[in-house]
Design a protein around this ligand. Sequence first.
Ligand SMILES: [Zn+2]
Length: 370
Amino acid sequence: MRDDYYSENWSQATEKFYKSAMAHGDLRWCVAAGHSFDIPYVKIGDGDNHIVINSGIHGLEGYFGSAAQLMFLNEFVRNLPPRALEKYTISLIHIINGWGMENRMREVRDASGGLVDLNRNFGIDFTRPDALPRNSKYELSHDLLVSRPDAVAKKNAIKEFRRLHLRDGVWDAISHGQYAHPDGLFYGGAAPTVESRMALGIYDEIMANGARSLTSIGLHTGLGRFDRRRGRVSAQLLVSHPSSHPNTKYFENMFPGTCVASDENAVSGPTLLGDLVDCLEARYAPRGIPVYTADYEIGTGEFPIMSPIYKRMDMGDARYDLRHYGRISHQTHRNLTESWYPSSPVWRASALGRAYVLFTEMIDNMRRQK
Ligand SMILES: [Zn+2]
């Protein structure tokens, strides 16, 4: 495994990607008028069963997804079984959120300058603002999270809030998405962003001619553990369905050595609002073809209880800084980056090692299918 798969900025990552993509597949670009960050993607194979791996929905998560895609192009493509490529097309979509990547922000900047979590912006009907999804549990945490930064008092208050609301769903609901507070956390926006329209345009192009199935995996970081001492990171495929759902079973079968995490609360519908994976399943459902989606999460949390507390606090501090000073303080920015994209070489190597296992399992599965 090479150590130069990781990049320092969007331009470098994009250049590495398209050069490798041109050498190993059918490179394409998605561009939008007035938008600085074109999205390259590459198709490998000619099959009607589509496997799509996207990266960079959350800019704060840095260049792990980009590095994993580069590794796939350089180390896996030439070993793909030719017969499998008659049945499958593998597409890699590189860095959907270029602005966030360049600015080390989770969000995208929308037309009004607001910050929108792209993965809460998909498939929402914004035409009737009064009918937008509500997240009343988030409301309970909002004022505390976006209050004045204080490394001791605020941290302890959030810790206590978590203790009180761990079992009633309120703590979890913070990240589920909300449309009422543009200055709040996990804000899903007031309209579809250019990035979400571009991403769906790419999926539509991939799915255009006689697609028979879609398996889509988004590459993310920030959820799960990082054991720095042992040099281990967790890796899990999040499926937004209960364990009994066929989609969950599909991923368990495809990736027997990877932890597949189901969502037992998603019985009547998705838990996360505006998530790309659920949007894709709904978008192609009318075609009556199988659509399987998951997010692949590499762990970054070094402290089992405190990491999620720090993450929420740092996100809230960033909102406070932006509102009052127009920019995020260096300390908050550094905290945010380390929480989602650790600079540790141990983490970076371990994360790529996990992706190596994921890709190996994926190809083994393609080989098994006749
Ligand atoms: Zn993410």
